[in-house]
Each structure stands twice: as structure tokens, then as C-alpha cells.
Design a protein around this ligand. Structure first.
Ligand code: ZN
Length: 503
């Protein structure tokens, strides 16, 4: 057996340390959201800041840079090492092109901005956040410009952080097509006058029983609790420290079954991806999930295309009724339609599948306008309200339910929102392809058998880590570039079945 060439060993060894510092920070953040007592915040912030500093120093070191370049001549252009170098260089470029002073100023602006956002949201007063938001936009624009380089497009550099390789010019027509179709569905549903009774999903459901049921569903779809945990938190999320250690969180309300059950299915979908990542590439540049859009495709696929399917509930409803005797008189015909309502609302995180992407597209359009210099921060609340009226026919009573509802911009998360909608599109395209490959999945769902679907996802998506760029991964998995067709076909099918409406 050939000895591992020394440069490669050095590169991967240094990268593993960078990765470990990131994982340590992740573990402390998980702890902060699930276990830490309220008074621990200050001390924890110091530790996280030191870890971020150490990671940054390692990433900007000449040692790592040299180690990467020393491997260049070893790499077969189509091989794994070439992919390792591509990913390493992408991450290093972001670090090296941003002056340290700017990186520091931005980190500070995020911390100040986030506190200002919380206060402004609480007081429902945009003016308490406007100045800081302006500062965040300005610093993010400078940073994006530095990364994009002369002639590069700053907004693309922002997108690239969350969805490497995606471009504003390809997302705009994709999202426009989506928006016009989804708006037409919303209007058709409104004109139909059909009202769906959401009663079966609402009532009084003890939280401990909800958790027990949802946990059993996560186990059934394949989440391995020997390699993961599920803990309560204010906001649901998934954090993968390693394929063998994946943390999920949940929340619940006693009055409605949906947040706990679908929240856990969603996070378990993220978790299945993390547990399926290639262990042989752990702690290396291509060992992680390839993009947030692909990550979100996994959560949405399990939450919506599996967990909200009629076949799933043909199997799962009797079990749910055992947990909640009050549902024993509820038929599938009563239970299933309220999982597919199309009802415009003001709050993105509470939006149904029929309107969710319209919320995302509003934010995408507004942040593009901010970064293009076509919209001033002080005019943002009014632009937000107008966009909501156009897209959803609603206007918020106050900025807390309007422009201040999301945390993202307060943390300079510009370019993040599109990944939610990309997740929906990718999920639908993968699902259409798996059914082309394996035949209709409903019969296996009716038996509570999800293994064929999970095996397919492991093979086409999970095991590749970041070996291929996201767009290439989707194309390899489905035989074509990402498009809106499969997603729109699914939306049409659901709306037709539930509301009896066609376009
Ligand atoms: Zn998610």
C-alpha cells in the first residue's frame, strides 16, 4: 500500500483542527439553547468568541494555506482530493479576502444589532433597529464586495455562504415563475369559498404524549437515537457534531398537534442527512452537508412529502388515536385536509405549504433591493407592508408581525432566506425521481416502511457530503438541473385534492 503523501496528511490534519474548533462551538451553542441557565450567557459568549478567534486564526494561517497549495499537484481533477481542495479554497478565500478589521467590525455590529432588533421587536418600533440594520447592510455589502472581488456581484457572495454556487440571476426567474403560480393558487382557493375545518388538529393534547408519539415517528423514519438526542428548546433546530452525534430540538403547544409533530419530523429529516454523511470524510472540507438548500430539502421532504401524505396517515392515524383517545372518532377524511390548507397569513414560520414560499420571495426581493442600493433601510417597513399586500393580500398591524418578525437580518443573515425555497424545490425534484426509480412510494408508507426512500437518499445525497457542488449533486441525483416543475405539480395535486380547485 502506498504511504499517504505528507502534504496531504498535513492539509487534512490542519483542517481537522479547524473543524474540531467549529464543532466545539456548535456543542456549546447547542448547550446554550437547551441546558444552560439564564445567567450563563455572558460567560458563554466569551468562550464562543475565543473559539471563533482560534478558528479564524487557523483558517488564515500561512501554514494551512501552504498545506492546501502543496496538495494541488497531487490532485486528479475529477477525484476526491480535487473536491477537498475546491472546498478548502472556497472557505479560505472568504477568510483571506476580508480584512480583519472589517470582520471584527461586522462581528460587533451583529452583536449590537441583534440586541437592538430584540428591543425593537418587543417595542414594535422599527426606529430602534433602523440605524443598526443600516450598519449591518453596509458592512455586509463591504464584506461581500471584498469576497466577490472587482467586477463580482456582492449579493452572489452573500448567497454563496449558504448555497455555494447559487447566483441571483438564476434564482430571479426561478422564483418569479414560482411566485406567479403560487399566487394563482392562493387566489383560486380564495375564490373557491371552500373552508377546511382545522378542528381535528386543535384541542387539548398533553405535551408529554405529543413528544412520545413524535419521537416514535422519528425513530420509524430511521433517525438513530443511539447516534442522536432530542431536547426541548425555544426554537427547533438540528446540530450535527458528527454522523454519530446529531442533536435535534423540539417545541410544542398543548392546543395544536402540528408544531411538535411536524417540527420533529422536519428536524429528524435534517438529522437523517447528518447521520448519513460519509464518516470517512469526517472533519475534512467535504465531510459536511453541501448547502443549506440541500439540507432543507431533506427536512422538508420528510416533513411534507412523507409526513403530510395521505398514505403516511393511513398508517399513522391509528397510532395517533391510541395516544390521544379524543381523536378516536376522527376519520382520515377529516384529519388529512387540514394538513394542506392554503391560507395567507402574516408570519413566515407559521405559514402553510401553499403560501410559505411567497413569504420567502418577499424577503428575497427586499434584500436584493437593499443590496442593489434601490431601497433605503428607513423605507423598509413600508416596502415590506406593500410587498405583503401584493403577495398575500395582508398588512401587519405592527412591525413586530411585519418587517421585524425574523431574526436573520439582525444577525446579518442576508442571502439566507432563498435556501428555504430551494429546499422545497429540491425536495420535490428528488421525490419525483425516487418514484421514477423505485415506483410509487405510497404502498410502502401505508405499511410504515420508509427504508426504501431513506436508502435512496443515502445513496444519492447523504453519502456524497460536499464532494460535488449542490447544483451538480441535484443534477446527478435526478438527471436534470433544478427546476420548479415537480414542486408546482405537487402543489397542484394537493390543492386539487383538498379544495377541489384546478387552474
Ligand atoms: Zn429546516
Amino acid at each position: 500500500m502506498a504511504a499517504t503523501p505528507a502534504p496531504l496528511e498535513r492539509f487534512l490534519g490542519l483542517w481537522a483542527e479547524v473543524s474540531d474548533l467549529g464543532t466545539a462551538a456548535q456543542a456549546l451553542s447547542w448547550d446554550q439553547e437547551t441546558q444552560m441557565p439564564p445567567k450563563g450567557h455572558g460567560a458563554r459568549a466569551e468562550v464562543l468568541s475565543s473559539l471563533a478567534g482560534l478558528r479564524h486564526a487557523k483558517l488564515s494561517s500561512a501554514e494551512l494555506h501552504d498545506a492546501v497549495e502543496a496538495c494541488a499537484e497531487l490532485a486528479d481533477p475529477d477525484g476526491v482530493l480535487a473536491a477537498q481542495l475546491r472546498e478548502a479554497r472556497r472557505v479560505l478565500a472568504r477568510v483571506q479576502r476580508v480584512p480583519e478589521e472589517l470582520a471584527r467590525a461586522k462581528a460587533k455590529a451583529v452583536s449590537v444589532g441583534h440586541e437592538a432588533w430584540k428591543a425593537a421587536r418587543q417595542e414594535r418600533d422599527f426606529s430602534l433597529f433602523a440605524h443598526q440594520l443600516g450598519h449591518l447592510v453596509q458592512l455586509s455589502r463591504e464584506e461581500a464586495q471584498a469576497i466577490a472581488g472587482p467586477g463580482g456581484k456582492p449579493y452572489d457572495a452573500l448567497l454563496d455562504l449558504y448555497e455555494p454556487g447559487s447566483r441571483e440571476e438564476t434564482l430571479v426567474p426561478l422564483f418569479q415563475e414560482l411566485q406567479s403560480s403560487l399566487s394563482a393558487w392562493v387566489q383560486a382557493v380564495r375564490e373557491s369559498g371552500v373552508r377546511i375545518d382545522e378542528g381535528p388538529l386543535q384541542g387539548s393534547f398533553p405535551v408529554a404524549t405529543q413528544l412520545e408519539f413524535a419521537r416514535s415517528m422519528a425513530t420509524r423514519i430511521g433517525f438513530d437515537f443511539e447516534a442522536g438526542r432530542l431536547d426541548r428548546a425555544a426554537h427547533p433546530f438540528c446540530s450535527g457534531f458528527a454522523p454519530t452525534d446529531v442533536r435535534l430540538t423540539w417545541r410544542a403547544t398543548e392546543e395544536d398537534l402540528r408544531p411538535c409533530l411536524f417540527g420533529i419530523l422536519h428536524e429528524a429529516g435534517h438529522g437523517l442527512y447528518e447521520q448519513g454523511l460519509p464518516p470517512e470524510w469526517a472533519r475534512s472540507p467535504i465531510g459536511g452537508a453541501v448547502s443549506l438548500g440541500v439540507h432543507e430539502s431533506q427536512s422538508r421532504l420528510w416533513e411534507n412529502l412523507v409526513g403530510r401524505s395521505r398514505a403516511f396517515w393511513e398508517w399513522a392515524l391509528p397510532g395517533l388515536q391510541q395516544h390521544f383517545p379524543s381523536l378516536r372518532g376522527t376519520s382520515l377524511e377529516e384529519f388529512w385536509p387540514p394538513l394542506h390548507t392554503v391560507k395567507p397569513s402574516l408570519i413566515r414560520v407559521e405559514a402553510d405549504q401553499g403560501t410559505y414560499d411567497l413569504h420567502v420571495i418577499v424577503r428575497f426581493d427586499l434584500e436584493r433591493a437593499l443590496f442593489a442600493g434601490d431601497l433605503d433601510v428607513q423605507d423598509l417597513p413600508e416596502a415590506w407592508d406593500q410587498a405583503y399586500e401584493r403577495a398575500l393580500g395582508l398588512r401587519a398591524d405592527h412591525v413586530g408581525d411585519g418587517v421585524l418578525q425574523d431574526i436573520h437580518w439582525s444577525m446579518a443573515g442576508f442571502g439566507y432566506f432563498p435556501t428555504y425555497t430551494l429546499g422545497n424545490l429540491i425536495a420535490a425534484q428528488l421525490f419525483a425521481q425516487v418514484e421514477r426509480d423505485l415506483g410509487e412510494l405510497a404502498p410502502s408508507f401505508r405499511r410504515g416502511d420508509f427504508a426504501p426512500l431513506l436508502e435512496w437518499l443515502r445513496d444519492r445525497i447523504h453519502r456524497h457530503g460536499s464532494r460535488f457542488p449542490a447544483s451538480e449533486l441535484v443534477e446527478r441525483a435526478t438527471g436534470r438541473p433544478l427546476g420548479p416543475e415537480d414542486y408546482l405539480a405537487l402543489r397542484a395535486r394537493d390543492v386539487e385534492e383538498v379544495y377541489g380547485v384546478t387552474l
